[in-house]
Design a protein around this ligand. Structure first.
Ligand SMILES: *Cc1c(COP(=O)(O)O)cnc(C)c1O
Length: 366
């Protein structure tokens, strides 16, 4: 984008400010998705015309036709990323272009239109700039950004929809672990599956979550926080944990399931692999069978296990249950490897440590 390009794009995004700004919530009780900011970003798409009417408007309910395709056939994708308050008071995002590219990949799978990367990034930047007072500063808090795309065309026939809306809403959120990284109990799921190759596992779409809820609820009633998913064909290979990617330290090897097509390509996963590579540590992206994992748990070589994603960054796994047996990992405590990875990643995200990778994306102060 040349000089002046920013202004050109910005002038295409109409801003209507709220006349009734809300009071900011107490930073000590933010929760997750409990509060929303004053505005939302919206861009509409019509087949034959393309994306149009980019605007930031007061946050409010959507009006939607009861026959809108999304309500019947689940034509929806989303993203999740955060804006962080640095110690110097400035606001930054973390690798937003990665989210935009992944959203376009999800769009291609779900017959939704892709977006011009620069329009998506510039509109997101402008939105966060406008809402920057909503980025909390208490330790571990952030402003969670939720871009999503829905098929709004009223039509009960199953086909590629011609009317689409893209929106971004924002919610100030608490630290995932307000009392430090607390290991969770996880149950290996061998009934339901989350995704199959050729399906939608690689796409970040609401339908994957709808289908995954039953197993998560069942695990909770049995006293576990979440499930560890196995592959959908053989129920043999480890895929993800809940809605996070997963990593293990087995002996001296750091292992994460390779992206076979049914696993969501996490940006935190990718960042961890790149960060560890810069420290001389290779992460093996390979198939990992549940038998190998349980074998390692039994013989004591399964040193550490953790979920990895934007919401928690690192969620250590203290107990893994398989076929009715609980296996305790690292005495049910967080291990040093996962702790250091958390410190390194979160340091860059919150601007507490230097970012040698160019991953952070600063927001201008008003
Ligand atoms: C979003 C998501 C992840 C994590 O991706 P990040 O980009 O690291 O936040 C992992 N698995 C699933 C199923 C997801 O939806």
């Amino acid at each position: 984008m040349g000089p002046g390009g920013k202004e050109d794009t910005m002038s295409n995004i109409k801003i209507t400010r709220t006349t009734t700004p809300k009071a900011k919530p107490d930073q000590n009780h933010l929760g997750f998705g409990k509060y929303y900011t004053d505005h939302m970003l919206r861009i509409d798409y019509t087949a034959g015309i393309g994306w149009h009417d980019a605007r930031i408007e007061p946050f409010g309910n959507l009006e939607i036709h009861p026959a809108a395709v999304v309500l019947h056939y689940g034509t929806e994708i989303f993203e999740g990323l955060k804006a962080y308050r640095r110690p110097d008071g400035k606001v930054q995002m973390f690798r937003p272009m990665e989210n935009i590219r992944r959203m376009n990949n999800s769009a291609r799978r779900m017959c939704l239109p892709t977006m011009d990367e620069d329009l998506a990034l510039e509109s997101l930047r402008l939105f966060v700039e406008l809402e920057q007072d909503w980025v909390p500063s208490a330790p571990g808090t952030s402003l969670y950004l939720r871009p999503f795309m829905i098929a709004t065309e009223p039509n009960l026939a199953v086909h590629t929809a011609k009317e689409i809306s893209y929106l971004v809403i924002a919610s100030p959120v608490a630290s995932y672990f307000p009392e430090g990284l607390k290991p969770v109990k996880i149950m290996i799921e061998d009934e339901d599956v989350r995704a199959v190759r050729g399906g939608t596992g690689e796409a970040k779409c609401g339908g994957n979550y709808a289908a995954a809820t039953r197993a998560g609820d069942r695990a909770e009633t049995r006293g576990y926080s979440q499930v560890l998913w196995l592959d959908g064909v053989e129920r043999k290979y480890i895929e993800e944990v809940g809605a996070m990617n997963v990593m293990f330290k087995i002996g001296d090897e750091i292992v994460t399931p390779k992206l076979t097509g049914s696993i969501l390509p996490g940006i935190t996963r990718k960042s961890a692999i790149e960060l560890l590579a810069s420290q001389g540590i290779t992460v093996s992206e390979r198939l990992l069978s549940v038998d190998e994992l349980i074998g390692a748990a039994k013989d004591g070589t399964l040193d550490e296990a953790w979920g990895i994603g934007t919401a928690a960054i690192i969620s250590p796994i203290g107990v893994l249950a398989y076929q009715g047996v609980d296996y305790t990992i690292h005495n049910g405590e967080i291990g040093p490897f996962a702790q250091k990875l958390y410190d390194d990643l979160s340091g860059i995200q919150w601007g507490k440590t230097e970012d040698p990778f160019g991953w952070t994306f600063p927001i201008d102060q008003q």
